[in-house]
Design a protein around this ligand. Structure first.
Ligand code: CDP
Ligand code: MG
Length: 895
């Protein structure tokens, strides 16, 4: 158009150059033409985009149409012949009222979340609903549990309720199980299902997977949820749908429901409303450090003063459970030859003042006067009761039948101790010795913890013998995993064992910590299942408010990620950073871990010719990495073990790795150690190794305590190292074919050659942490040269790093070192970086043990490459540099 008009203008110009008006008109016409052309284009664009949209909608609709019929489940009704007694008990469970609603949602959806109070019947009933609706007809129903104890107990219970054998309702966990080809419902630990995914990614054996106790947020459960969120849509695409049911106590379910990483659309949630009777919470006035003693005292008081009703005591571990069980049994024994039925006192309503015992009522904000009055009333009641005190009858231990036989032998030892407990705080006015009358009522004391045999576990579900009061001493297993019937009183130590990780060594230790407020609520709730109950917290309300966190973060976010990344890569999960974790660990940490593992030769970029090789996500496990992943250690230590088995140094390396992964072994000055040749050769780890050997020798002679005190060695650390050595030794003997290591307690010092190999192994694991002595010529003008006596360059760090003041290498100050840890010390001007646990290395070793960080360039032509007959390889000379800072390496001859 413009061109045409142009020509016109030229014509016009030529013809009537002076006619301004005509020119103006032509310009107007041109403008008009341009706007109409623009409008035309816009109109075309609109109609095209409309068409595209319509097409997109059509495809989506088609897809929707495709998926709907695939989800259908033909409900068949499988006949079950339940014992009438079972049926009566079942009908009382809150979840039974929801059966129809749950099954409708299961049939119509692939994802479902079932949240309900502990004891509402989720674990025992839901698998039965599914079984009856035919979900076990062609494929199995899988139920995962984070705890072994629940895996066995629940399989047994569901089998019993369905009147099926263990062949049909079975369980499987590491080292144990009873699954058969006829298994319909399979209870398993979450780790087992994770292993199955490695060999059958689509889980084709199952029609439904139930992830139970999802609120526990175990590492395996979290990874399972991430994987299943992807497996389920895949199965639908194959026309073979898999359903995922997430079951959880009513704790923080928004971590699942509002999780867009896991689910594109929020899955339906069913909340089971269960009847929960009110539970009065009593805090202690004081928080005693000896919570076991306090738990014992409180239980004695409840048993001797308060009406019928089971007692559930929460402590932290197996040892504590056993200890309390022994003491309580000894104090209130159960005799087989006595008819206790006459003893039963009519259940009188509980007197609230009595119920307070010596605790504070829960209502911390309430009027102080009220609290005061309450206390006074309680005191008065106690004084009254005290007047009835008579002495304890003499007990002939042979006459008593204990609820179970463990601890029988210890009974005599503990007897005086337990009586002592009753009287040792007699000075305090509120301690009671039980009256004869109440003392005669025995306590039926049962232990409950994860490692307890299943037959003994089962006892907690049976009613106690007539006349005896049920008392279960449990770890946090009874918090949500198992519901014990007829509990009215809960005694809560407020403590739990939690795995704590050392982020440098990866060492994990069980620490006793305050429970979360959420856990405290769960524990208290156990007292309100059958009627109004009471929960006694053996700590003050101030502790609850200030020391108990609202929740503990999930396991996965508390642990170091190096071994997690390796474990996931071994499972074939390459894009660790993009993995849909329910709560994601720090992305940066995941990336750094991948980089570290690559430097250590545990991961590598695959040799693909495609463009994507630069992508970190594609890092794959090397054969060395596979071997490393077999060890329950951070990969850098696993690597030392994996390599040492080729060098025949295993027993030394096991001791060394054990010593390195236990924090703070030496607290004194190793100067008190005579520095012999080999300790010097080996550096700080050599000192550690020697300390372990010598302490072990002292232990055999029964002088461990003395020895440790004398040389400033932490005795507990030595015990931990001993345990770790044993564990690693048996693990290696089991898993590495043809290896049979024994622990040599005395551990002779390694000879020079062994010491050299050990240093190389240390380098192989710590190769990303190399330091090079700062030369005096590198010190800047005007700086005090003396300050640089023990100073090193480390990696890309600008500032100098110093040898630890207690490092044995201060005697020799070697040119090249590797260190276990860098840390900052001192305040402000005196602040400096220090390396701990330092080993001297030779720079020639770097191209062999840390090739990833060496830049060797082309082989030298002088001297010429040569063929080595012994190894059958061609050896070349290289002159290269190390690391990003380009530290010069000596000329090396390598393959
Ligand atoms: O999973 P959830 O906590 O919702 O409840 P459950 O474990 O299915 O327990 C439902 C009921 O079955 C509880 O009242 C338990 O005490 C009872 N039960 C039992 O009597 N015997 C067993 N071996 C297991 C559970
Ligand atoms: Mg359950």
């Amino acid at each position: 158009v413009l061109q045409n008009r142009n020509e016109e203008i030229v014509l016009v110009k030529n013809d009537i150059v002076n006619d301004e008006n005509k020119v103006q008109n032509v310009v107007k016409d041109i403008r008009k033409d341009i706007t109409t052309t623009k409008d035309n284009i816009k109109g075309k664009e609109k109609s095209i985009s409309k068409k595209v949209k319509k097409h997109e909608l059509n495809t989506i609709e088609n897809k929707e149409k495709e998926k709907k019929p695939l989800l259908e489940h033909k409900t068949v009704h499988i006949e079950v012949k339940r014992d009438p007694k079972v049926q009566v008990a079942r009908l009382k469970l809150p979840i039974l009222g929801e059966e129809q609603r749950i099954m409708e949602l299961v049939n119509e959806n692939e994802f479902l979340i079932v949240a309900g109070e502990t004891g509402s019947g989720k674990t025992t009933q839901l698998p039965q609903f599914l079984y009856e609706a035919g979900y076990a007809e062609h494929k199995m129903i899988a139920v995962t549990e984070p705890r072994r104890v629940a895996t066995v107990a629940m399989a047994a219970r569901v089998g019993h309720e369905l009147a099926l054998s263990s062949k049909e309702v079975s369980y499987l966990m590491r080292f144990e199980g009873n699954v058969t080809k006829d298994t319909k419902i399979k209870f398993m630990t979450d780790g087992v299902l994770l292993k199955e995914i490695q060999s059958d990614f689509l889980l084709s054996k199952y029609s439904v997977v139930i992830i139970d106790e999802a609120h526990e947020r175990s590492v395996y459960t979290d990874i399972l949820l991430g994987l299943l969120s992807r497996i389920v849509p895949l199965r639908r695409k194959r026309g073979n749908p898999l359903r995922l049911i997430i079951m959880s106590a009513t704790l923080r379910i928004e971590d699942f429901t509002e999780n867009t990483r896991l689910f594109k659309e929020p899955p339906p949630v069913i909340k089971i409303d269960s009847r929960q009777y009110p539970v009065t919470i009593h805090f202690n006035k004081h928080t005693y450090s000896d919570y076991l003693k306090e738990a014992f005292r409180k239980t004695v008081k409840i048993h001797t003063r308060l009406p019928e009703g089971g007692i559930l005591i929460f402590v932290t571990g197996q040892q504590e459970v056993k200890y309390l069980v022994r003491k309580l049994k000894a104090s209130f024994p159960y005799r087989k030859d006595v008819d206790y039925s006459k003893l039963i006192t009519k259940t009188k309503p509980i007197n609230e003042a009595d119920a307070a015992l010596d605790s504070e009522p829960d209502d911390i904000d309430s009027d102080d006067d009220e609290v005061e009055k309450e206390m006074k009333r309680a005191k008065k009641a106690r004084r009254k009761a005290k007047q009835k005190i008579k002495t304890l009858p003499k007990i002939n231990l042979d006459d008593y039948d204990m609820p179970d036989d463990d601890g029988q032998a210890d009974l005599v030892d503990n007897d005086d101790e337990s009586e002592g407990h009753l009287s040792d705080s007699d000075a305090e006015e509120d301690t009671l010795t039980p009256t004869i009358k109440s003392c005669r009522q025995p306590l039926w004391v049962l232990p409950l913890y994860s490692m307890l045999s299943s037959s003994k576990q089962a006892k907690v579900f049976a009613p106690p013998p007539v006349g005896a009061r049920l008392c279960v001493v449990s770890t946090d297993v009874a918090e949500t995993s198992l519901t014990i019937p007829a509990i009215k009183y809960v005694v809560d130590s407020g403590k739990k064992k939690m795995r704590v990780y050392d982020h440098v060594t990866g060492a994990s230790a069980w620490r006793i910590v305050w429970t979360s407020q959420a856990s405290a609520g769960q524990r208290a709730g156990r007292a309100g299942r059958v009627g109004a109950g009471h929960a006694y917290r053996l700590y003050s309300s101030a502790v609850f408010q200030h020391d108990c966190p609202p929740h503990h973060p999930p396991d996965l976010c508390r642990r170091p990620v190096d071994d997690l990344v390796l474990a996931m890569k071994c499972m074939g999960i390459d894009k660790v950073v993009n993995f849909p974790f329910p709560t994601a660990p720090d992305r940066m940490q995941l990336r750094l871990a991948e980089k570290r593992l690559e430097t250590l030769g545990i991961l590598e970029k695959p040799e693909v010719k495609k463009k994507k090789v630069d992508d970190d996500d594609m890092l794959k496990v090397t054969p060395l990495g596979k071997a490393v992943s077999a060890f329950p250690l951070l990969p850098r230590y696993g690597k030392m073990l994996a390599l040492s088995h080729q060098q025949n140094l295993l027993s030394y390396t096991i001791a060394l790795v054990s010593a390195l992964t236990v924090p703070e072994v030496m607290s004194g000055k190793p100067d008190s150690w005579p520095a012999t040749g080999h300790t010097l050769l080996l550096g700080d780890p050599g000192v550690l190794l020697r300390a372990v050997g010598a302490a072990e020798y002292a232990y055999v002679k029964g002088e461990e305590e003395l020895f440790c005190a004398k040389y400033g060695i932490r005795e507990k650390a030595i015990k931990e190292i001993r345990k770790l050595r044993k564990q690693l030794t048996s693990e290696i003997n089991l898993s590495v074919a043809g290896v049979d290591v024994t622990i040599d307690p005395e551990m002779k010092p390694p000879n020079d050659n062994q010491a050299r190999l050990l240093r190389q192994l240390v380098l192989s694991g710590l190769g990303d942490q190399v330091g090079r002595k700062i030369g005096l010529d590198e010190v800047k003008e005007g700086e005090d040269k003396r300050k640089f006596k023990y100073a090193y360059h480390c990696g890309e760090l600008e500032e100098p790093v110093h040898l630890h003041s207690e490092s044995i290498l201060r005697k020799t100050i070697p040119e090249w070192v590797v260190y276990q840890e860098l840390y900052e010390t001192g305040a402000e001007e005196r602040r400096k970086m220090v390396m701990r646990n330092v080993t001297a290395i030779e720079p020639e070793w770097l191209p062999v043990y840390v090739p990833q960080l060496c830049n060797l360039g082309e082989p030298l032509s002088d001297p010429e490459p040569r063929y080595d007959e012994k190894s059958g390889r061609v050896k070349c000379h290289f002159k290269g540099t190390f690391g990003k800072s380009g530290w010069e390496l000596p000329t090396v001859e390598i393959d």
